[in-house]
Design a protein around this ligand. Structure first.
Ligand code: SF4
Ligand code: SF4
Length: 435
């Protein structure tokens, strides 16, 4: 069974990963069906864009062989005794896993392909991301879900909590109990949860998390965050040097690529974008600038960006977990011992403003701040269907945007294309009123 990698821009070549997938116990027949749609989707969504930065080649290549390249590296790592931890959320601190000599990899769950499989275990009125999580595991069509030695979940929403119980029947799974408020005692409690995670990863990997290793990995993950921040700063330029769809792909890959290589590739992209900014290159001349907020968009969910950017808009910022929530705020690097470092990690991660918190007015503050910084003409807030917290929060966010005079459009959608035409009409009309 072939997979697809890019030899050079726009050209797809075959690579054979069949043996690895067989060894991982994957359902190759179903996997073939999943892979068949990828080249077409890449062509339609990415390669039709004009004037893409040359440095996107790396991210195109990673995407085009998404089930081959990185899984291949992880399988090699495991052959030498390495342990891989699959994670689902921006709150799981990668620093700790890497400090124990493990590798953290995001488990994306962004495809409709996995939703029917998830519905065998979950009510249909569950968020598509959660259904896709279960479908990807149980239908055996994702190498990342197969190769992880352990999953690390978190108590961010009720649907996920219950889904983790089901996943735990099939794979070792550790759940971190995320506080849902941000008082001082919640910060202390989250630090305790991180200490528990340290014990778990030490047991699984057989390696101690030392002060040196944790300090080193705090720096390493901070560098990745800094690279992403640099990328987002460049998008704030008056002339837009890169499409939002391309940046979304970069943000999605951030969850599973090697952190150091990823940071260096993002910095390479930023070098090129800096030149573009200086030379006045604009990939979306005349397009209306949109900030997207809301639920995460995991690979291969490019639906909303694609619709916005083919309807007269350009996405200049994402206040999502595949956006600013993933990289804003660094872990303080001045911790002198393990306790201080863990507390610094806890404080940084509790600074993420997910709708699972109450109160969560800081998220609306973030949206307003980011909309102003990115010179957005309007905000489009997306809630995955049946995600109560983001759906409910959308109303107060709309009110805040109204008070600030920022045009706002709220959208609820899923992974299917059933509503694509209707979304195109609504988004097109919204963009038109932006003047
Ligand atoms: S939206 Fe909340 S629950 Fe979902 S990935 Fe982000 S932080 Fe985690
Ligand atoms: S989108 Fe909402 S319902 Fe779905 S996993 Fe995230 S927080 Fe939970």
């Amino acid at each position: 069974m072939p997979s697809y990698i890019f030899k050079k821009r726009g050209e797809i070549i075959m690579a054979d990963n069949q043996k690895m997938w067989t060894d991982l116990g994957m359902d190759l027949e179903q996997h073939d069906i999943l892979c068949e749609v990828l080249p077409g989707a890449i062509g339609d969504v990415f390669l039709t864009q004009k004037n893409r930065p040359a440095a996107m080649d790396y991210f195109d290549m990673v995407l085009a062989d998404v089930h081959g390249l990185r899984p291949g590296e992880l399988v090699e790592f495991k052959k030498n005794g390495g342990k891989v931890f699959g994670t689902f959320c921006a709150y799981v601190p990668d620093e700790v896993i890497f400090a124990a000599g493990g590798i953290a990899t995001g488990l994306c769950a962004g495809s409709q392909f996995w939703v029917p499989g998830g519905e065998k275990y979950l009510p249909a009125n569950t968020c598509p991301l959660i259904k896709a999580m279960l479908g990807a595991r149980f239908e055996k069509t994702c190498p990342f879900y197969r190769l992880a030695d352990m999953y690390v979940g978190e108590t961010t929403c009720d649907g996920k909590k219950k889904a983790y119980e089901i996943l735990a029947t099939d794979i070792p799974l550790h759940v971190m109990d995320l506080p849902q408020m941000k008082r001082e005692r919640d910060h202390l409690k989250w630090a305790e949860e991180i200490k528990d995670l340290i014990k778990i990863v030490e047991e699984v990997t057989g390696n101690k998390v030392t002060e040196e290793a944790l300090a080193e990995n705090i720096k390493k993950i901070n560098l990745k965050r800094q690279a992403l921040q640099r990328l987002y700063n460049l998008r704030a330029s008056k002339n837009v040097p890169i499409s939002g769809t391309d940046v979304l792909l970069v943000s999605q890959i951030a969850y599973y690529d090697d952190p150091e290589r990823f940071a260096s590739m993002v910095n390479k992209l930023c070098d090129e974008l800096e030149e573009r900014v200086e030379n006045g290159v604009d990939v979306a001349k005349g397009a209306k600038r949109i900030l997207v907020s809301g639920t995460p968009m995991a690979i291969p969910n490019w639906k909303l960006h694609n619709i916005i950017e083919t309807s007269g808009g350009v996405v200049v910022c994402e206040e999502t977990c595949t956006g600013t929530r993933y990289f804003e705020n660094q872990v303080d690097e001045t911790g002198k011992n393990l306790d201080e470092m863990v507390q610094n990690i806890a404080d940084r991660y509790l600074g993420i403003n997910c709708a699972c918190f109450t109160p969560n007015t800081a998220r609306a503050d973030d949206v307003i701040r980011l909309a102003k910084a990115s010179k957005a003409d309007g905000v489009i807030d997306i809630s995955l269907m049946f995600c109560q917290t983001y759906d409910i929060e959308g109303r107060s966010l709309e009110q805040r945007c109204k008070e600030e005079g920022i045009p706002f459009l709220g959208i609820e959608t899923d992974y299917t294309d059933n509503d694509a035409q209707q979304l195109k009409t609504r988004i097109g009309a919204f963009i038109e009123i932006l003047g």
